[in-house]
Design a binder for this molecule. Structure first.
Ligand code: HDE
Length: 754
């Protein structure tokens, strides 16, 4: 299986590039011209979907299996037709009164084609507009069976899932690697109905009450006058709000940490944020917080790298997810729960479980794993699946229930409401991607885009005319029954519990739990974001809020802004740090990490070939980077070039291996310019210099052999710098690079300043 994964990995990366190169290509030598590819003329049935796109089949809302996916049935038969199925003989010319005459109104095909096109877009999501998704499967471990009767959590039960990851602030076409919270929404198509776990990659939220959601979103979205900046929080209105509305402090700190810029969607944690309630077969309930734990570990980009990726590859995360799945490197997460007794106070160790700005440190309540999710198929059609999928916090199954968290309560209203505008009516649950796999027998009728043909005459209860159908279920027949929680007698108020007033202690806990390098990143992020604000008052208020988290943090950001650091208004308490919150100091699997093998096209090509194979054998992705495209060593066992110096950029790689020191092209102006400024040593191709210096700055492992070391001085990299290794051969160099990759980055390169 591993071998087929590797073969797929190679194929996927080549295919993405379309860079296979001509058979007899030699760098620098023009390739022979391939025969032109003709447009096929023999009618035939459409091609089946690609292997990595076979999502689960769906069931109609009336419970009938649809056989084939209706989305695919929309493309059957060999001939182009109208929407009504009439075959067409020409789709390139309007019907005219003569070849040079006016177009005729009677041209139904023209009108149908243009009208449909005019209405192709639907409103993007008001938040989380930019997303990428995948199909997969969830397998229950059975370890939650004592606390939940949900069938999908039982041992070895397999449930199809569809997961959509998103950024929150940007428009649908914005870049992937912006500093933002990431959505992590999972639709479980269980046999008892759909369960949606609509979470984020950050375990806390900006607000404690849903009524503040329009405020935070209006503040964080682009300014309403010029509609800038796109997809970012580094602007006045965001900081104006989060510094006035201090309950946002904790979430904002997470955003300013490395969690705001994930390396990959596959390397993010997910959180249900709210406290949920699980109920078992005996009716006993437990409070839980949901966690998704990625098998590949939690990793981030560094800020400069993330910013560069916004330009060089705005689809960085989307591409990474789709490529990994296509290559057979299926991302996996374990679902876990922290459990708490369901007592009337709903507090745990002094932490209010109904306050969504608070976490419960894992050291106080360990995460128990209860199942495994594997994403194994890409969507076949972005619009039909990723865009039209509609999540709803209220989609629950027996065994799962809500709590009184006021943020969650508001979400229970918002998600259906928003789909009415976005998906144009109340029948969006019938869209193939939203359809439950459980039999449906509802009394909902008609409405826009109704696709079910309902039978019977009595969509009401009680009835005798449809023989009393459908009947109500009970406890013994798997009905969804709300946990009968006591609601203490109280007054109607617009208020919150006093425990909701603590806005800073957990922000301080997070700060104290970070390693020095993570703190340094946080300081830099605040300095950047507040530095982008124009209003002095906003910057000063930002510092006041930092003073309540940590004096040193405040001091350093103040220095960066050229302002003086205020003293905290109250003395700071020192909560016990939670080491589990830090991303540094652990060793993780290397699967799917991308290693650039940079070659000058001549040095030790046998070594290049061997190291490429060794990278594959470690379940990582090798990318051969050479001066120009085509094949290296065409006479022997040719090596396909996957990136050229023109198309490669450091952001794509987790580590760089380097054989030889490529000389600049003699006639390149850029090369001459670079030579003028080179610190020492032989001239090196300026694009390689850039690649090495960026990789070094971003804490990436660099391995050199067979003359590769000669490229280092031009990039200002010392051969004995941390995370720069060399060996006798490519393979021995790779071994050292693998050690470095296990900790994700060479953290020693970032001087600890805090
Ligand atoms: Fe959402 N949120 N949200 N949210 N949310 C939406 O629903 C809302 C909140 C989250 O990939 C919208 O279909 C309110 C917390 C994700 O399709 C909308 C409040 C968390 C996604 C909405 C919150 C989330 C959404 C916009 C405050 C993490 C994307 C389009 C009470 C636990 C789902 C849509 C997808 C999307 C409302 C707060 C996660 C408007 C009112 C907290 C992952 O309904």
């Amino acid at each position: 299986k591993k071998a087929s994964i590797r073969a797929a990995a190679e194929k996927a990366v080549g295919a993405v590039l379309g860079d296979d190169g001509p058979e007899d290509g030699v760098p620098g030598k023009p390739a022979s011209v391939s025969p032109p590819v003709e447009e096929p003329t023999t009618p035939r049935d459409p091609l089946p979907p690609k292997a990595d796109q076979s999502g689960p089949e769906t069931v109609s809302p009336t419970g009938q299996a649809t056989g084939d996916n209706p989305a695919r049935m929309a493309q059957s038969g060999p001939y182009l037709t109208t929407a009504q199925g009439a075959r067409l003989y020409d789709s390139d010319h309007s019907l005219k009164a003569g070849p040079r005459g006016p177009v005729l109104l009677q041209d139904h095909h023209l009108r149908e084609k243009i009208t449909h096109f005019d209405h192709e877009r639907i409103p993007e999501r008001v938040v989380h507009a930019r997303g990428a998704a995948a199909h997969g499967v969830f397998r229950g471990y059975g370890t939650a069976s004592n606390i939940s009767k949900a069938a999908f959590l039982a041992k070895d039960v397999e449930t199809p899932v569809f997961v959509r990851f998103s950024t929150v602030l940007g428009s649908r076409g914005s870049a992937d690697t912006v500093r933002d919270t990431r959505g992590f929404a999972t639709k479980f198509y269980t046999e008892e109905g759909v369960f949606d776990l609509v979470g984020n990659n950050i375990p806390v939220f900006f607000i404690q009450d849903a009524i503040k959601f329009p405020d935070i979103v209006h503040a964080a979205k682009p300014h309403p006058d010029r509609e800038i900046p796109q997809a970012q929080s580094a602007h006045d209105t965001f900081w104006d709000f989060v510094t006035l509305h201090t309950e946002a402090t904790h979430h904002t700190l997470w955003n300013m940490s490395d969690r705001g810029i994930p390396r990959s969607l596959r390397m993010m944690e997910g959180f249900g944020v709210h406290t949920f309630r699980l109920v078992n077969a005996e009716g006993a309930s437990t409070l839980v917080k949901f966690h998704w734990k990625p098998k590949l570990g939690v990793h981030s980009q560094v800020w400069e790298e993330a910013q560069m990726a916004c330009g060089f590859d705005p689809d960085f995360h989307r591409r990474d997810l789709a490529d990994a799945i296509e290559a057979g490197a299926f991302p996996q997460w374990e679902l876990g729960v922290q459990t708490f007794p369901d007592n009337p106070e709903q507090m745990f160790e002094g932490i209010d479980l109904l306050d969504p700005t608070k976490i419960v440190p894992e050291e106080l309540a360990p995460v128990r794993t209860i199942g495994l999710m594997t994403l194994n198929a890409n969507p076949s059609n972005y619009f039909a699946e990723t865009e039209q999928v509609a999540f709803h916090v209220g989609n629950m199954v027996p065994g799962v229930d809500v709590t009184n968290d006021p943020l969650m309560q508001g979400r229970l209203f918002s998600y259906v409401d928003t789909q009415l505008t976005r998906l144009g009516g109340p029948n969006f649950p019938q869209l193939p991607i939203n359809r439950t796999h459980a039999p449906v027998n509802d009394m909902l009728r008609d409405g826009m885009h109704q696709t079910a043909v309902h039978r019977g005459v009595a969509p009401y209860r009680p009835n005798s005319l449809d023989a009393g159908c459908p009947f109500l279920a009970g406890e013994d027949t798997a009905a969804f029954i709300e946990v009968p929680v006591e609601v203490p007698e109280s007054r109607k108020v617009r208020d919150a519990a006093a425990s909701f007033d603590d806005h800073f202690s957990q922000a301080r806990l997070f700060w104290l739990s970070m390693s020095p390098v993570e703190r340094e990143h946080i300081v830099a992020a605040y300095t950047f974001e507040l530095g982008k604000c124009y209003e002095q008052a906003v910057k000063e208020r930002g510092l006041k809020s930092l003073a309540r988290i940590d004096a040193q943090l405040c001091e350093q950001v103040a220095t960066g802004l050229g302002l003086s650091a205020p003293a905290p208004e109250e003395p700071l308490a020192d909560p016990r740090p939670s080491p589990a919150l830090s991303q540094v100091g652990k060793v993780w699997p290397l699967d799917g990490r991308v290693v650039a093998i940079v070659t000058d096209g001549v040095s030790d090509l046998d070594g290049v070939r061997a190291v490429r194979q060794a990278v594959l054998e470690a379940d990582m992705v090798p990318l051969i980077v050479a001066p120009s495209g085509g094949k290296l060593d065409p006479s022997g066992d040719p090596i396909t070039v996957q990136r050229t110096f023109a198309t490669a950029r450091s952001i794509e790689f987790d580590a760089v291996l380097m054989a030889g020191a490529p000389r600049p092209a003699a006639d390149a102006q850029g090369a001459r310019d670079a030579r003028a400024g080179e610190p020492t040593g032989e001239p090196v191709d300026p694009r390689v210099v850039l690649l090495l210096s960026e990789a070094f700055r971003h804490g990436k492992a660099i391995g050199v052999w067979s003359g590769g070391e000669n490229a280092l001085p031009a990039a200002g990299v010392l051969a004995n710098a941390p995370g720069v290794v060399g060996g006798d051969s490519g393979v021995s160099t790779l071994e050292q690079v693998k050690e470095l990759l296990g900790t994700h980055r060479v953290w020693d390169r970032f001087p600890p300043s805090v």
